[in-house]
Write a protein that binds this ligand. Structure first.
Ligand SMILES: Nc1nc2c(ncn2[C@@H]2O[C@H](COP(=O)(O)OP(=O)(O)OP(=O)(O)O)[C@@H](O)[C@H]2O)c(=O)[nH]1
Ligand SMILES: [Mg+2]
Length: 450
């Protein structure tokens, strides 16, 4: 795949008013556009204070122009950056002029895509650019910065190199069949496969953490009406997001709040109380609640301490996949005269607390941390994506099969084939092996101008 040979342009700053707005141009025409718009091409990599002219020679704006000639640029192409005043009309006029001079409006993520296609960064690094922009916590931002710097890619490449060496070894054994027995019976080969499997396992574990850090966790609060679900959302968020009343059926729609636990982003969703109802609006709410429950990473099932888990709650728990994490919250301990505590109940951890008064909320936070399996943003934590996790899992499986081939039948050919597949899976992470579909998927999530 090759980067386009046309010139792209976009407003790189967010829409709306701001002190400064930036129009970014990349491609072979950037130089011509600079000359037409500014009168002369600025000295490379030096700030130039210039008038930005329209077709009739009128000044659209005055600002800073920066020119970066290929190849030492973000995209690898000629880049022109025009920093003007950040008003939507000024920016639109400036962009319109640039398009008039032969550039085309860039697609979301197209600058980063060109950077990837021109070998300026690999695919995981390009994804980290978007992750850095989207990061919800400071820990996630630091993790994305590490991935952008190549920490994650280096791990993946090192694994890929290890597999390549093993492949060479095994393929040599196949090519010289008279020595095959010796080659494949060699204990060091088995040892190296074991070491590889172990490293894959560790990388998978840190990648899982990386995905958690980037995406955060969907925590859904559910239960019967009036048990204090919305009060719990408010207590966790430390704000009055949700309406709380003594009337059952207060919450109808899904309510979302974002908080973080030691740098791990949590998307908390409050839902309508589950009950049989004739009220049409509430029915819709309950339908949405069920949808949210089905997609939850962690379910907080709220019950009243005085009542405990009811038959309706049991029915809900029975519907959940066994692997789904669930914490039972026994709310309103102040009414039941209980103390805040945490213990292991029938369905997993149970936390007794009072959402209204506060005792036990800290215990719930601790429990959430444990349940998520998130290790507090250790030094060197990097962000990753589900796509990466997927590829690593496939690589792990292929290596496991290769291991079996070696131990069981000493089937050199099969082993070589699985090692090849494992290496291919790793190559998908860095984009060494990619296709248009994958690239479209990755870059379409970017913002315009990045
Ligand atoms: N005493 C006491 N009352 C509570 C506690 N938590 C919630 N409540 C009260 O219980 C009532 C219902 O609280 P909500 O938070 O609206 O309950 P909900 O589960 O969101 O209710 P629906 O949205 O109708 O399903 C309100 O009057 C709250 O003040 C608590 O810990 N102690
Ligand atoms: Mg509610």
């Amino acid at each position: 795949m090759q980067a386009g040979d046309d010139t792209i342009a976009a407003i790189a700053t967010p829409p709306g008013r701001g002190g400064i707005g930036i129009v970014r141009v990349s491609g072979p025409n950037a130089e011509f556009i600079a000359k037409s718009l500014l009168g002369a091409v600025p000295v490379p990599r030096a700030a130039a204070y210039r008038d930005f002219h329209d077709a009739g020679g009128q000044v659209i704006d005055t600002g800073i122009a920066l020119y970066f000639p290929s190849p030492r640029t973000f995209t690898g192409e000629n880049i022109l950056e025009l920093q003007g005043h950040g008003g939507p009309v000024v920016m639109d006029l400036l962009l319109a002029r640039v398009l008039e001079l032969g550039a085309r409006q860039a697609q979301p993520g197209e600058f980063s895509q060109r950077a990837f296609l021109n070998g300026k960064m690999d695919l995981a690094q390009a994804e980290a650019v978007a992750d850095l922009i989207d990061s919800a916590t400071a820990t996630a931002a630091r993790g994305a910065q590490r991935s952008l710097a190549g920490d994650f890619s280096r791990k993946v490449r090192a694994l890929s190199r290890q597999i390549a060496e093993l492949r060479a070894y095994v393929e040599a054994a196949i090519d010289f069949p008279e020595e095959e027995i010796d080659f494949l019976a060699d204990k060091t080969l088995l040892g190296r496969l074991d070491a590889l499997a172990e490293e894959l396992k560790q990388t998978l574990a840190s990648t899982r953490q990386g995905v958690l850090l980037q995406e955060g966790l969907r925590v859904v609060i559910a239960g019967q009406p009036n048990v204090g679900k919305s009060s719990l959302l408010n207590a966790l968020a430390g704000s009055d997001t949700a309406i709380v009343t003594h009337l059952p059926g207060t919450t109808r729609d899904l309510l979302r709040e974002q908080i973080h636990l030691d740098g791990l982003p949590l998307h908390i969703i409050d839902t309508a109380g589950l009950r049989h109802t004739e009220d049409l609006v509430e029915q819709h709410g309950i339908h949405r609640a069920r949808g949210a429950i089905a997609e939850a990473d962690v379910l907080l099932l709220v019950v009243e301490a005085g009542t405990g888990i009811t038959e309706t709650d049991r029915a809900l728990l029975a519907e959940l996949e066994p692997a789904r994490r669930c914490i039972v919250v026994r709310n309103k301990i102040d009414l039941a005269g209980e103390a805040a505590t945490i213990y292991t109940g029938e369905f997993g951890p149970e936390v007794a607390l009072s959402a209204k008064l506060g005792p036990g909320i800290e215990l719930l936070r601790e429990c959430l941390k444990k349940q998520t399996g998130y290790e507090q943003g250790g030094e060197g934590a990097f962000t990753a994506r589900r796509r990466h996790l997927d590829a690593l899992r496939r690589a792990e499986q292929h290596v496991a099969v290769a291991h079996q081939c070696l131990q069981g039948s000493r089937a050199g050919e099969l082993m070589a084939e699985d090692l090849r597949s494992a290496q291919h899976a790793l190559g998908e992470i860095t984009g060494e092996f990619s296709n248009e579909e994958l690239l479209d998927l990755v870059f379409s999530e970017f913002c315009i101008g990045k």
